[in-house]
Structures are given as C-alpha cells and as structure tokens.
Design a protein. Structure first.
Length: 301
C-alpha cells in the first residue's frame, strides 16, 4: 500500500469522525442527519461517524461492536428553552482525581485557594455544611457586584436571627485544575477576616475527600468508570440539577407570593430570586442542547 493510500485510510478512520462530532457540537446541523454510529476499538477508544462504511470491517462484523444513535430530522441550532437538535453520545472521561493542598486556619478549619470567574483570587474556608459559596462584600466588589438593594436575595438562619444575603451566579469557580461552571454564591457583609466559605454549590459537583492529617482535599469526577458524560457531567448530574432548579423555583415562588400578600419588604427580592433560578435553568437547557444531552436526562417541559 502506498504512503498516500495509508494516509487517506488514517484520515477516514480518525479525522473524519472527530471533525463531524466537533462540527455538530459547535455549530449545529443544517438539514437532516441520517444517524450517528459509534464503535470502540481494540484499545478501548470510542469513535463516532455518520457513515457505516467508514467503520473498520472487524468492528462492523462484531455482534455488539457498533451502536447506532437516535436519528434526527430537521435539526437546527439550539435556542433557549428548545429541545436538543440531536442527541450525541457522551464521552468517557478520565476518572483521575485532583488533589488540592489545604491551608490550616486554626480550630480544625482549612482554607483553599480559589479562582473566581477566571480572574479573582479568593482564599475560602472549606465548609461542607454551607449550601452555597459565600463571599465577602470586598470580593463581590472585585467581581463587579456593587448594587444589592433590588437584587435576588435568600434568607439564612443565623445566631442573630434571619439574615437576607444577595445571590449571584459565578461563571466559573476553579481550584487547581478542577473547575465548574454557573455556580450559585451569596454575599455576606458579616465575614471580614477571610474571603468567604467554600460550600456545596462547588463541592457538590465532585466526589470529594478531606484528609485532615495530610492537609489535602481530593476532588474526583462525578461519573464512575466507563460512565458517559456530557460537558464533563454524567446524565444523572444533569437530571438532578434540573430537578434542583425546578423545585427551588416552585418553593420560592410560593414563598414570594406569601410575602407579597403580607407586604413584606423582601417580597420583591424573593421574586428576583425566582427569576434568578429560572435564568439558571434556561442557561442549563442551552448548555444541554449544545452538548446533545439525551432527552431522558432533561425535563419534560
């Protein structure tokens, strides 16, 4: 076989399927798509193609070597709130763990160096009992957040009674090489000596372990070995996140209506909170469409 023939064969086997999938993810599909096939080679690598003839014969002849994914007609670029144009097979990602050093802060507490929105460094206290990341007003100002009087707020029970804290959405939160997107956080005017708390709105995106003796936080991907993921998250993560947003919207909508009837001063803020979570849900739907999340992991409406 000539060198040119070998090169063309490699191109058809590896480059064409990859280019097709990348094009679908980034730009959408015009017209119709007959079907997407996947197969796993002898080294365990997963490949995708829309042309059955491009799959090597030894994999086509295996009973379970080739999988055809759902067909889609009239696929189009995703729009907010729309159904996904197509369902794409997820990727099997590395289950390698990320280890992060912890900084002793006294009293058995630890601090973690964190980067917010890709540019703001914050040293947050590790707090698995906090539902959200909580930031000081100073960090809020560095993020460009200054006006809170008419923004979304959440009530928190404190030792001094009920306290209302502004609610914000961080584009990204990164610790070492571990990063997650669209993270809920609150602003607390009472925190002064540290930059804030690292709560479950970040930690809940990982399986994590805290090694107090060696001062180390270990973060592991949510998906198990061999489990498929879309944009780095397994299907059940997507499903639970949509459920979380839906339940939160329902709960705070009822409470906002009650506060409105009582002419409570925070009624408007809680209504903004409902809108805040509706917006997060919409952004998650856009993200699901972009990465071809199967319908079984998405909300029905």
């Amino acid at each position: 076989m000539s060198a040119r023939s070998k090169l063309n064969r490699v191109f058809r086997k590896w480059v064409v399927p990859f280019t097709l999938v990348l094009f679908i993810i980034c730009f959408g599909v015009q017209g119709s798509l007959a079907g997407v096939y996947s197969y796993r080679d002898d080294k365990g690598a997963l490949h995708f193609t829309d042309d059955l003839s491009k799959i090597p014969r030894q994999y086509r002849e295996r009973d379970k070597g080739v999988r055809k994914h759902r067909e889609s007609q009239g696929a189009h670029r995703a729009t907010p709130g729309s159904s996904p144009a197509i369902e794409l097979p997820g990727s099997t990602l590395s289950t390698s763990e990320i280890q992060v050093p912890l900084i002793p802060a006294g009293g058995g507490n630890f601090l973690v160096d964190t980067v917010l929105n890709g540019r703001i460094k914050a040293r947050l206290m590790l707090d698995t009992g906090a539902s959200l990341i909580t930031l000081t007003e100073d960090i809020g100002r560095q993020l460009g957040l200054t006006q809170y009087s008419t923004t979304a707020e959440l009530p928190f029970n404190t030792a001094g009674g009920e306290d209302w804290m502004p609610l914000v959405a961080l584009d990204t939160v990164a610790i070492g090489s571990a990063q997650t997107r669209l993270v809920e956080a609150s602003i607390n005017s009472h925190i002064k000596e540290i930059d804030g708390l690292l709560g479950m709105s970040f930690l809940g995106d990982f399986r994590f372990e805290i090694d107090h003796a060696n001062k180390r936080l270990t973060l592991k991907p949510m998906q198990g070995p061999g489990e498929l993921a879309w944009d780095g998250k397994p299907g059940n993560w997507w499903k639970s996140r949509f459920n979380h947003y839906d339940e939160t919207v329902e709960s705070y909508s009822a409470r906002a209506n009650l506060l409105k009837q009582q002419n409570h001063e925070k009624a408007l803020n809680l209504k903004k909170t409902v809108d805040f979570y509706k917006d997060l849900r919409k952004k998650l739907l856009i993200r699901a469409s972009a990465f071809g999340l199967p319908d079984r992991f998405r909300p029905s409406s």
